[in-house]
Structures are given as structure tokens and as C-alpha cells.
Design a protein around this ligand. Sequence first.
Ligand code: FPP
Length: 224
Amino acid sequence: MNPIKHVAIIMDGNGRWGINRGKSRNFGHKAGIKTVEKIIKESLKKKIRYLTLYAFSTENWKRPKNEINYLFSLLDSFLSSKIEELNNEKIRLFIIGKKKFNKKLIRLLNFSEKLTSSNKRMQINLALNYGSKSEIINTVNYLKIKKLKINEKNITKNLYTQNIPDPDILIRTGNRKRLSNFLLWQLAYSEIFFEKKLWPDFNEKDYNKILSMFKKTKRNFGKI
Ligand code: FPP
């Protein structure tokens, strides 16, 4: 059986979920937070060491201002109300992506990361203003400046994800089969699960089904 150290998730489908209910896209994002909480709890139960959540991509800046502002206000209230609880549960919060936000949010993100930095039970990597192509370009440029060899080991070591093992599993909800510029380097050998359900409908049972399927998968890493 395959051990599961790291699960990465593209939480897609919030907007459609809201619209399908005759409400706004933002209504869907709000509902998406409940699924985030469920999946964090279930990951703790299943002793998953790393959980990486794609919350905002570099491309998401192209969305209407009101949606962007709403997403960041959700993030702000999620962290303000939950960071103590996450800390008590010995969860570390780690941001991947460029922290180019307003000062208040940057302060909250830095505070949350610092508060939880020594926690080892589980690490949540929150991908915010994250884009995989720019992550790889930045890393290669850094290696050039430092006059370090551009090889697999050095690139891996200098991505945002640094010492974190690559995801065993990528889940994308929302019935779309694409990677959307997410962890392109790190996902090279991950098992990918595309889930039809929209993110707010995704639940512990769906998650566990995927985890069990993964456990039974034969992973070859290029061998036979
Ligand atoms: C994709 O759905 C979802 C996002 C871009 C945002 C995900 C954010 C959350 C779940 C809430 C904030 C997260 C945290 C951790 C506080 P979409 O809007 O692209 O959906 P669509 O494909 O139906 O349009």
C-alpha cells in the first residue's frame, strides 16, 4: 500500500456552485470554505503530513475586482478566526506564492506563518498569488545569480516548496481536466484524480475514496 505524505488540491467549482443555486459566485466561494475545513480535519485524521491548497493563482487577478476582494476578505476572516485553532492542533501554515497583497493581509499571513512555524503534525501550504511557471523562472534566475548549477536537485531545493516531498496525489474538483499552472515541476510523478463534483459539494467520503484508490495504485516512477 502506498503511504500518503502529500496531497495537493485544485479547489475548483465554487463560482458555478453559487450560480447553479441562483446566487452569486461569491456565495460559492463562501461555501467553499466549509469544504476547506472538512478536508483539513479529514487530512489530520488520516495523518497526511502535507496538504497544499490552490487558493489564488497569478491568473486569478484577471477576475472582477469584487470577486478578488471577496476572496481576500474570506481568507482574512478564515485566518483571523482559525489560526489559533490550527496552532492548537499543531498545524503549520506555509504560504507558497508571491506575497504581493495589501499590508494588512501580508501582516496577517506573516503572523500566521510565524505563530505556527514550529508545528510538525501537519503542514498546510496555501498557494496564494501562485503560478508554477513564474516559480520555476524565479528559481532558475536565483541559481544563475548565485552561480549554482542548474540541475534537478538545485531547482527542487529552491522552489517555494523547498524541502517538502512532491505531492503523491493531485485532486482537481469541478469536472475540468487541466493543471492551471499549479506545481508543474512538483507534480511530475503524482497520481492525478479529476473529480466531477464542484468544490463546495466535495466531502470526506469523496476524499477517502480517492485516498483508498491511490493506496491501491502501482507507482512505477518510470520503471516497470
Ligand atoms: C476556483 O473556483 C476557486 C478559487 C479560485 C478560489 C478557491 C478559494 C476558496 C475555496 C476559498 C478561500 C480559501 C481559503 C483556504 C481561505 P472557481 O471560482 O474557478 O469556480 P468556477 O470554475 O465554477 O468558476
